[in-house]
Design a protein around this ligand. Sequence first.
Ligand SMILES: *[C@@H]1O[C@H](CO)[C@@H](O)[C@H](O)[C@H]1NC(C)=O
Length: 421
Amino acid sequence: MFKLATVLAFLAAIASVVSAEVYFEERFDDGWRDRWTKSSWKTSEGQDGDFELTRGKWYGDADADRGIQTSADARFYALSADMGETITNEGKSLVLQFSAKHEQKLDCGGGYVKLLPSTTDASAFGGDTPYAVMFGPDICGYATRRVHVILTDSKGTNQLVKKTIPCETDELTHVYTLRLHANNTYEVLIDNEEKERGSLEEDFEFLPPKTIADPEATKPEDWDDRATIPDESDVKPEGYDDVPPTVADPEASKPEDWDDDEDGDWEPPMIDNPEYKGAWEQKTIDNPAYKGAWAAPEIPNPAYNADDAAELYKFSDLRYVGFELWQVTAGTIFDNVLVTDDAAYAARFAEETWGASKEGERAMYEAHAAEKAKEEEAARAKAEEEAAADKALEEEEEEEEEEEEDYDEDATAPATPKDEL
Ligand SMILES: *[C@@H]1O[C@H](CO)[C@@H](O)[C@H](O)[C@H]1NC(C)=O
């Protein structure tokens, strides 16, 4: 019995390994252009951009770390690769993974990939081409710095994850991983570390809400929603209203030169009455019968169908992987694109590529940054020196001019007084 269980467990382990499928894996090397198609989108306007194979300015492995880089500023990039077969993730996980390195310190632009259906025309692929999944970082100023997860629903509507998932903004390589699971959950990882997870139903707006406020419900007659009521024990003091708001100024007196015949009867000016306390207002007290604000009770939403929630994760027509981007400042390097059903494989793949290179890349980046800082410091010092030299020269010239002026004054001064001295 023990043996059988062991054998079964062993078989199950084998089966899970064997069933793992890698649909697409692109590490980018010299042959990459044979596998990827540049779209003609925006070419007639001269606004298309080319990707160039490069390891960039800092890297860990000169060969393995080559990837494709956006090469010109303010261009549209549209490039796709055929996965070779149309895939479905039915009953399985779907893992989409790639790395992005914003060497230019991206100011504004996309850094994401798309999964596209078999109906895609690679030569016309562009911003309006329908896609199934869009995933990856997007940066624009300080306002947009997030990882997009957009899943297209069965009606063709792009559903953006409601949670804000921050992306990396530095100049180093980072691996972005999206996992969609058959139990309608998802996970987002950056550098193999989980950053977000959740339910597709709750974190996206695929479906109408489960409940709605009952449109038939009305507020009951006896529902008291007054938080406070007048204090009936508070009565207006007798004579309160007899105090006028203004009175004749008692300090005023009729001017000496007042002529009753010409000026009419003199009347003292009116001033605010210090006794006057404003219109009387009855005090209020908390209403003991207060029931709170009335709200219609929630009822099940007739437009909500629980069956619709069962396969939110499912895409039955995935065929192309594409980059469709616009960047203000170009320079992002993409590498190691992977589409698989196996999260463990993807994690290993990330470790073997990005993981193996990250220390070397960082060291090179830091050396580069230090060199740049030194150059900037030298340039600053030189500029300062030059400014000081200029200033010295100016002062010298000014002195000379002054001397000349003195001389001129001497020469043109009236002859007499000075001569007398
Ligand atoms: C959903 O499925 C994934 C993959 O099998 C698993 O890792 C995760 O724990 C599951 N989540 C829930 C809430 O069951």
